[in-house]
Ligand binder design. Structure first.
Ligand SMILES: Cc1cc2nc3c(=O)[nH]c(=O)nc-3n(C[C@H](O)[C@H](O)[C@H](O)COP(=O)(O)OP(=O)(O)OC[C@H]3O[C@@H](n4cnc5c(N)ncnc54)[C@H](O)[C@@H]3O)c2cc1C
Length: 370
């Protein structure tokens, strides 16, 4: 029955993808893709994230559910990278509440998200950084989150706040007050539709039930690093879209049979397939119950960098293949390249590479599937 339900969801997702993939990207480009969000909600993509006990499909819990989550994130990224980023954040919240929340927190989140609310994970600090202090039976927040995707759409955010002891504490906080919104990092050249801004939490009071897990849980491995496979899956969707646009434009201009263009198409397909194999391996590692924590984080970290490399190489190939047309505003390929290049700027890439390298200097590659 579970397998049937997953297959049914995947076919709904495929139908939605086929219907949406020919639609133009949003105009203006900073417009949040609310219609696509609604369409995903309508096919049950958000309910599917929850466990079977919560009437979901276990996309955040079971290895088979994880493979369906690869498809969901990849397809969404292909249709709209900005929505992919927001969905990825939403999934991260569901996963962390699943891992570290109490039964009542898990249930409350499910109820809260039922109406189609979007959750966000806002951990990157602004200036000043977010801190938390205890005040009698409650807590008080202070400071700003500086990179907050879906600033106008997210109604509940999982944030980190630094305690007096220097620990990262997780809290679930309502984020619907427009007067608390701040400009954030400035106008990004890509991913504008993700509505990434800042949010000021100064003076907000929380009760102990608003805190998630224990101090330090957010940075606990392997989850802290392993979760980045989901961002790679969204970026892979951007790669898919670029490969499609490359083929379409070369065909439309009657240039696809040229041997130089064919060579680049071949290379582009190799990059796409390479990224897809890495993402699958990373997802399997992230859901593994038998692997060592360091194996999981190292596999996922290398996957993240492999997908980043594939995307950057693909962008160069597309620019060479299409020429100036890849730089004309209004052409979908131009926007997807900007969105993808911006989205690839994820935290600590140097550390991810060198930490994985120093682990695998001493250890053989693990089996990600037992
Ligand atoms: C569109 C978009 C949406 C986002 N949405 C969210 C969100 O909703 N929530 C959220 O929390 N965050 C969000 N972020 C922020 C994101 O998670 C990263 O924190 C951010 O993109 C990292 O940016 P950066 O490349 O400037 O990082 P940096 O850390 O500045 O890294 C830049 C380079 O410097 C290196 N480096 C890092 N630290 C050091 C050091 N101490 N000394 C020397 N070199 C160093 C890095 O390895 C890298 O090579 C978003 C980002 C984007 C682009």
């Amino acid at each position: 029955m579970y397998a049937e339900n997953l297959a049914d969801f995947e076919s709904k997702l495929q139908r939605l993808f086929e219907e949406w993939k020919t639609r133009p990207l949003s105009v203006p480009e900073n417009q949040f893709p609310a219609d696509l969000l609604k369409a995903l909600h309508a096919i049950g993509a958000f309910d599917a994230l929850f466990s079977a006990e919560e009437n979901g499909l276990g996309l955040c819990q079971t290895p088979t559910g994880g493979l369906t989550l690869v498809t969901l994130l990849r397809r969404t990224g292909s249709l709209n990278l900005a929505l992919g980023r927001c969905l990825e954040g939403h999934v991260n919240v569901v996963r962390l509440v699943e891992l570290y929340g109490t039964t009542s927190q898990r249930h409350a989140l499910k109820l809260r998200l039922k109406e189609g609310s979007l959750a966000g994970i806002w951990v990157t600090d602004g200036n000043p950084a977010v801190t938390i202090v205890r005040e009698g039976p409650s807590y008080r927040l202070s400071g700003i989150k500086g990179f907050a995707s879906g600033i106008k759409q997210v109604s509940l955010a999982l944030i980190t706040a630094t305690s007096e002891h220097g620990d990262a504490v997780m809290a679930l906080v309502p984020t619907t007050r427009s007067e608390r919104q701040r400009p954030g990092p400035g106008t990004l050249t890509g991913m504008q539709a993700s509505g990434t801004g800042g949010y000021d939490f100064t003076g907000l009071q929380l009760s102990p039930e608003d805190l998630l897990g224990s101090a330090g849980d957010y940075l606990r491995q392997p989850e802290f690093s392993a979760g980045s496979w989901r961002g790679s899956a969204v970026a892979l969707g951007g790669i898919d879209r670029l490969v499609d646009l490359l083929r379409q434009e070369l065909l439309a201009r009657g240039r696809a049979d040229n041997p130089h263009q064919l060579a680049r198409i071949g290379e582009a397909l190799i990059l796409q397939k390479t990224a897809s194999m890495w993402v699958k391996e990373a997802a399997q590692a992230a859901y593994s119950t038998h692997m060592k924590s360091e194996d999981v984080t190292s596999v996922v970290n290398l996957a993240r960098l492999a997908v980043e490399r594939a995307a950057l190489d693909l962008i160069t190939l597309v620019q060479r293949s299409l020429g100036v047309s890849a730089f004309i505003k209004g052409n979908a390929v131009e926007q997807v390249m900007r969105d993808l290049a911006t989205y690839l700027r994820q935290p600590a890439p140097d550390e991810a590479l060198t930490e994985a390298a120093s682990w695998f200097v001493h250890h053989d590659w693990p089996k990600t599937v037992p």
